[in-house]
Design a protein around this ligand. Structure first.
Ligand code: SF4
Length: 401
């Protein structure tokens, strides 16, 4: 049975810029279990046959782009999800090799794959390395069993060190560990235990995200009805501040609100997003942006499959961004970076002076000690980082006025 396609404006391929697209994101939507805080598109893992058929369609989607007028010449590739490492080894190998045969990947200098620490295996890591991946990312989230249970994560704290060791043995030096703070029931002491354990693994990159209660996730509903209680905001703020301080002391200064790296080890793919770069997304629900045109692939796997089987691109929710929108988004994303908005770069890109354009929020937040502006940059102070989202949102709306 064919599922009906939502009626959305089609993607005008001819109208897209001819400048090469330099980022590629591949969304693999399978997970062992749907964690109750997660709002990414993911479904419980399927049979190996279903996942192999999924890879066939991913490569068919890639071939549609290969045949289009859009030139994909990636410098960064990111496989996320979902849990990409749930793909059977032979299917993942076919996917990596298939992309290599379809596109010129000679300029790729970072290829990240998210790997589940519960199931990482040496053969799998070696295959990823042999087939061109350069960076692995492990979703540790916490090193406390009760907190992992609260998040509905099914690995053991020990799995992470084991996975990092396997990754190193397979030849990966660029490794990331993801952590979450602000978990219900978490204390400052248990958070610092998780953070110190992650630091002790010696990976060059650590991401520390505050738990967010995304609307309509089961966890948000449980919070609303009182089944779970969010931790105190003041404690969460202390966690953020202490995290930034401890990681900076260890030579891993924050380069973005939630991301910490040794010099030269920032995630280049994420920097592409935060700098407004162009990227294509393959797979259900994957987002793309090509020089001011943005869209999302059809979010339901059945709809996505049907589009691919009809040899049509599964793009939906196509949006042509206006210049004020692009300026606002650029400012909003750059403000989350430690370097902030580069005044000269902003002026050159948009032919608009950011100090004048954002004079109101610069003055107001500057007086409150949350932001500093100079001839060179506009950036948040340490105090401003705690309210980064609110300040960034104001820059976004100011650009549209
Ligand atoms: S493993 Fe990650 S992507 Fe999958 S449901 Fe859990 S949080 Fe979401």
């Amino acid at each position: 049975m064919h599922l009906p396609l939502a009626g959305k404006a089609p993607l005008d391929l001819q109208g897209l810029s001819r400048e090469p697209v330099t980022g590629l994101y591949v969304h693999v939507p399978f997970c062992f279990h749907k964690c109750h805080y997660c709002d990414f598109y993911s479904i419980p893992s399927q049979t190996d046959e279903r996942m192999r058929a999924f890879v066939d369609r991913l490569l068919a989607e890639a071939a549609l782009w290969r045949a289009s007028a859009v030139e994909l010449r990636p410098r960064t590739i990111f496989f996320g999800g979902g849990t990409p490492s749930l793909l059977p080894l032979d299917a993942m190998r076919r996917l990596l090799e298939g992309l290599q045969s379809l596109f010129d990947l000679a300029q790729v200098d970072e290829w990240t794959i998210e790997v589940n620490p519960a199931t990482a295996e040496r053969d799998y890591c070696c295959m990823l390395r042999e087939c061109g991946a350069t960076r692995l990312s492990f979703g540790a989230q916490s090193f406390d069993r009760a907190e992992l249970k609260m998040l509905e994560r099914h690995h053991n704290p020990d799995d992470v060190a084991r996975s990092v060791a396997l990754a190193r043995a397979a030849g990966f030096e660029r490794i990331n560990v993801d952590l979450i703070f602000g978990i219900p029931g978490q204390t400052m002491r248990s958070w610092l235990h998780s953070l110190e354990t992650a630091i002790s693994l010696g990976t060059p990159h650590i991401s520390c995200y505050a738990l967010t209660y995304e609307p309509n996730t089961p966890m948000a509903v449980k919070k609303r009805v009182g089944t779970i209680v969010a931790i105190d905001e003041a404690v969460e703020l202390q966690m953020l501040q202490e995290t930034r301080r401890r990681l900076a002391v260890k030579g891993m200064a924050p380069y973005e609100v939630s991301n910490f790296a040794r010099p030269g080890e920032a995630c280049r793919h994420n920097l592409l997003y935060w700098d407004g770069g162009s990227y294509l997304g393959f797979g259900p629900s994957a987002a793309s942006h090509v020089h001011g045109v943005r869209w999302k692939n059809r979010g339901h796997i059945g709809e996505w499959e049907r589009a691919i089987d009809d040899s049509t691109l599964p793009a939906a929710e196509v949006e042509q961004l206006t210049q004020p929108q692009r300026m606002g988004e650029h400012a909003m994303l750059r403000l989350r970076l430690t370097d902030g908005i580069d005044v000269a770069d902003f002026a050159a890109r948009w032919n608009d002076d950011p100090i004048t354009r954002f004079a109101d929020p610069i003055t107001r937040y500057g007086r409150q000690g949350l932001l500093v502006a100079s001839e060179k940059s506009i950036r948040l102070t340490e105090a401003g980082v705690a309210v980064a989202d609110a300040i960034a949102a104001e820059f976004l709306t100011t650009a549209g006025r």
